[in-house]
Design a protein around this ligand. Structure first.
Ligand SMILES: Nc1cc(-c2ccc3ccn(Cc4ccc(CN5CCCC5)cc4)c3c2)n[nH]1
Length: 234
């Protein structure tokens, strides 16, 4: 899987060389390239923004640098197997299903906007060439797309076979299908008693059936309390 990041802050993505994703890069499962969008500017000030047509506060990112970056990175031939992810507050909510689908992609280009966003024609142009995903990380406004791109990258890449050391843990996670889309149960480790708090007896019983039942009950109770929207059968 090749991941490209178009951004005016390419150093934001140096962090991807650390830990889990770092290992995936080292063993060639993932190939990461961060690009400074100003590479594709030609004026002395390397300008990437301009005033918004129609007025309004702030600045908007000019289309030209993005178009030239697409030309260099992707060429002009349409290829639906290339996924262009554009983090935006107005996107569809990024969810585990999106991470699962994108984890099968061979190529993903993250377009990280800043200012008040990217000239919409960049999205229109990209949409007629590649598979474009306008995705929101959540219902809050960030200053740009980089933090969202990092979060989405981690959610996507950890699902790629060979990246995680213990793939069986994937099936027991919140939002995963195997967990029936419920929140995950509380976890414990040693010592059995810590500052007056004990590990639940059942987890020390060694009775796998009882433990599984307790975990299912914990998941349902936690989901009922915190995320009733995830419960389907009520
Ligand atoms: N889930 C999530 C994603 C983001 C996100 C992603 C990319 C960019 C690029 C620039 N910004 C800052 C930013 C500030 C204000 C507005 C709202 N303005 C109102 C009128 C025109 C626009 C939009 C955009 C981003 C934010 N934030 N949250």
């Amino acid at each position: 899987m090749r991941l490209d990041y178009l951004t005016i802050f390419p150093e934001f993505f140096d962090v991807l060389g650390i830990s889990l994703l770092g290992k995936a890069v080292d063993n060639g499962i993932v190939d990461i390239h961060a690009h400074d969008l100003r590479t594709w500017t030609h004026d002395r000030h390397r300008t990437v923004d301009d005033t918004p047509c129609g007025g309004g506060a702030g600045m908007v990112m000019k289309p030209d640098p993005w178009g030239e970056a697409f030309d260099d990175l992707l060429g002009a031939d349409p290829d639906p197997s290339v996924h262009v992810v554009i983090p935006t507050p107005s996107g569809t909510p990024f969810r585990q299903d999106d991470a699962a689908q994108l984890s099968h992609a061979d190529r993903i280009v993250f377009c990280c906007g800043r200012y008040e966003g990217i000239d919409h024609r960049v999205i229109d142009y990209a949409s007629e060439h590649w598979s474009v995903h306008e995705l929101s990380l959540g219902d809050y406004v960030l200053n740009g797309g980089e933090v969202a791109a990092l979060a989405m990258t981690e959610a996507i890449v950890r699902l790629v076979p060979g990246v995680l050391g213990n793939p069986e843990s994937l099936s027991e996670e919140s939002y995963s299908q195997d967990q029936e889309g419920l929140l995950e149960y509380p976890v414990y480790t040693r010592p059995a008693s810590w500052r007056g708090w004990d590990v639940p007896e059942v987890l020390m019983s060694g009775h796998h059936g009882h433990i599984a039942q307790w975990r299912r009950e914990q998941s349902r109770e936690l989901t009922r309390r915190r995320r009733p929207d995830l419960l389907t059968d009520e």
